[in-house]
Design a protein around this ligand. Structure first.
Ligand SMILES: Cc1cc2nc3c(=O)[nH]c(=O)nc-3n(C[C@H](O)[C@H](O)[C@H](O)COP(=O)(O)OP(=O)(O)OC[C@H]3O[C@@H](n4cnc5c(N)ncnc54)[C@H](O)[C@@H]3O)c2cc1C
Ligand code: SF4
Length: 543
């Protein structure tokens, strides 16, 4: 006989979204059980794994390798590429996502840039006649943004004259960190061509905050902050556990049971040996990120919901979005010294919004402040240099190497679709996700001017050895697969993240986001998850 477990609220996924839902609901006195497909990692061990990684993986920014993927909770690995998820379509290159699966989730190795979207991002269709509107307005989300910022510990600029900074009623919890040498120089140089380079809001401590130390600026954020100055999902989960939430690791949820009212009554998970456990609950929250959540909903199709759970609209797995990017690398004429401070400190915001959005994508332009040391070392060795010449070349490349980028605002397109793979399965026999992706003409119309911006910035730095991606690259901001809307016929969840089809099933992830904006999306995901928390509390505590 299989085992049975039960809780008031059952949460699937122990990433940042699941972590905050667990923490808030445990704090409210509800019994909370979190089912996490992957293992539990120790910070010190991951730091050690990173130190021992081959130089080539480091030079190619392979951040997943220090977090070994389990056969039962496969996550994308780029070097070597493990085809998770499978991707095809005209712009498959733009959907090679980074995700890690384990307690704490993908924010273990994120950059912690925590932007708010702009009010127009949430009302793209109403404002510019393209794309879709969210089922919640900026004004309705503002308090949740602030709650998310306080919970995570976000530092940011309170200067209201900065271009296209989202409106806010309260100041950031912390003052911004000082720029390192590269961000100072970049700001000064691009200003000559009229670009306004502004501080990025970041979930890392510019002063001791919430029992965690101040960031010491040693630039190791991706793949791990060795001292925990950067916020990540493990911190939310730890708080949830201290408040009584239970986390079961290596628990891969694969099915959902529904009753005659089409409420969820139980989910079932496999352990690594494929033993099954049934878990009953009153409310269920799917927090498996924007790829795994739609995958599970499709996988869990049952007699009552033959096209998948929460999928009467047919929109589960549709509208998959990220920020299609273009990356340019070059050697500047003079030393820039990227690598002082955190990995992303500033960004050009001039083109985040404007009437041009009727015709083509808005963009974010920036410089990666990631240290160039690994790249410089591998390149100098490949040149066959030895001794003092090798040292000098590594130093020159580490000082002068720069990576700049443009990220585009993609429109929701139902044909950008996740299905279950028919050819690839994980160690438990569960199909891989298979995604078809096309960035669309809206992005393509912006591409020529995006490339001109990058070229102009490179010229300002007297660039040589200029290389840029001829294709669109991904940015790990997974949005759209369980899209929100007011109409149950063309959306999966409402403005409270409640699925239209199942009264007691909520989705806490970027999957709900109905437009992509130009900026990193996790703060918005957390804000939406906190909205789900309020709806659940209303159901369960004030019924
Ligand atoms: C290198 C990198 C840098 C990034 N930098 C930024 C940044 O600067 N700013 C920003 O906003 N975003 C950034 N992101 C994106 C950010 O990490 C994600 O948006 C965020 O982690 C999503 O959180 P989540 O809780 O939805 O999902 P995740 O963190 O992916 O967690 C989901 C969890 O659910 C579990 N799960 C899934 N399915 C099941 C199942 N069936 N059963 C049980 N458990 C399941 C998974 O194993 C996983 O642990 C970055 C991402 C990467 C890869
Ligand atoms: S710069 Fe260093 S201390 Fe600061 S968040 Fe990144 S890894 Fe942590």
């Amino acid at each position: 006989m299989s085992k049975e477990l039960s809780a008031d609220v059952v949460i699937i996924g122990a990433g940042i979204c699941g972590g905050f839902v667990a923490k808030e609901l445990a704090e409210a006195g509800l019994s909370v059980l979190v089912l996490e497909a992957g293992p539990r990692w120790e910070r010190a061990q991951v730091v050690e794994n990173w130190r021992n990684m081959p130089p080539i993986n480091k030079s190619e920014s392979d951040y997943a390798t220090p977090y070994p993927a389990s056969p039962w909770a496969v996550h994308p690995q780029l070097h070597p590429y493990n085809e998770y998820p499978q991707v095809d379509g005209p712009d498959a290159s733009a959907y090679r996502q980074g995700v890690v699966r384990g307690v704490g989730g993908t924010t273990w190795h994120w950059a912690a840039s925590t932007w708010r979207f702009l009010p127009h991002d949430l009302q793209l269709h109403t404002t510019y006649g393209v794309g879709r509107d969210w089922a919640v307005t900026y004004d309705e989300l503002e308090d949740y943004y602030y709650r998310a910022e306080v919970a995570m510990g976000v530092n940011g600029p309170n200067d209201t004259t900065l271009k296209y900074v989202a409106p806010r009623k309260q100041p950031f919890p912390m003052e911004p960190m000082p720029y390192g040498p590269a961000d100072r120089l970049f700001t000064e140089v691009v200003a000559r061509a009229g670009y306004e380079n502004t501080p990025v809001p970041q979930a890392r401590n510019s002063r001791p905050y919430d029992g965690r130390p101040q960031c010491c600026g040693n630039n190791n954020c991706m793949p791990i902050c060795p001292i925990g100055a950067m916020f990540n999902g493990i911190l939310a989960i730890t708080k949830a556990e201290q408040l009584g939430a239970k986390v079961i690791t290596n628990a891969v949820v694969y099915s959902m049971e529904t009753n005659s009212s089409n409420e969820i009554v139980a989910v079932n998970f496999y352990d690594p040996d494929k033993n099954s456990t049934r878990v009953t609950g009153k409310t269920f929250v799917l927090a498996g990120n924007g790829i795994e959540s739609p995958k599970l909903l499709l996988l869990a199709a049952n007699d009552q919901n033959p096209d998948g759970i929460a999928n009467s609209s047919g929109h589960v797995g549709r509208n998959m979005m990220d920020h299609p990017g273009i990356l340019m690398s070059f050697q500047a004429a003079e030393p820039v010294w990227t690598g002082g401070g955190s990995v992303q400190m500033s960004s050009i915001t001039n083109f985040r919004d404007g009437d041009f959005r009727r015709d083509h994508s808005a963009i974010q332009i920036g410089m990666n402040n990631t240290s160039q040391n690994h790249k410089a070392g591998v390149k100098a060795l490949q040149m066959g240099l030895v001794g003092k010449k090798l040292d000098a070349e590594i130093r020159r490349r580490a000082a002068c190497g720069m990576d700049i980028y443009v990220n585009h605002d993609i429109l929701a397109n139902p044909d950008n679709r996740l299905r279950l793979s028919t050819t690839k399965k994980d160690g438990l026999g569960i199909p891989f996700p298979h995604i078809t992706y096309d960035v669309g003409d809206y992005v393509r119309r912006a591409e020529p001017s995006s490339r001109k911006h990058l070229q102009q910035i490179a010229e300002l730095f007297g660039a040589t050895e200029i290389e840029s991606t001829p294709y669109f690259n991904p940015n790990n901001h997974i949005m759209g697969g369980t899209i929100m809307g007011h109409d149950p016929k063309d959306s999966v969840v409402d403005g409270w993240m409640r699925t239209h089809d199942h009264r007691n099933l909520f989705i806490a992830s970027g999957g709900a986001m109905a437009s992509a904006g130009t900026v990193n999306s996790t703060l918005s995901m957390v804000a939406l998850s906190l909205r789900a928390v309020d709806a659940i509390k209303k159901d369960m505590l004030h019924a």
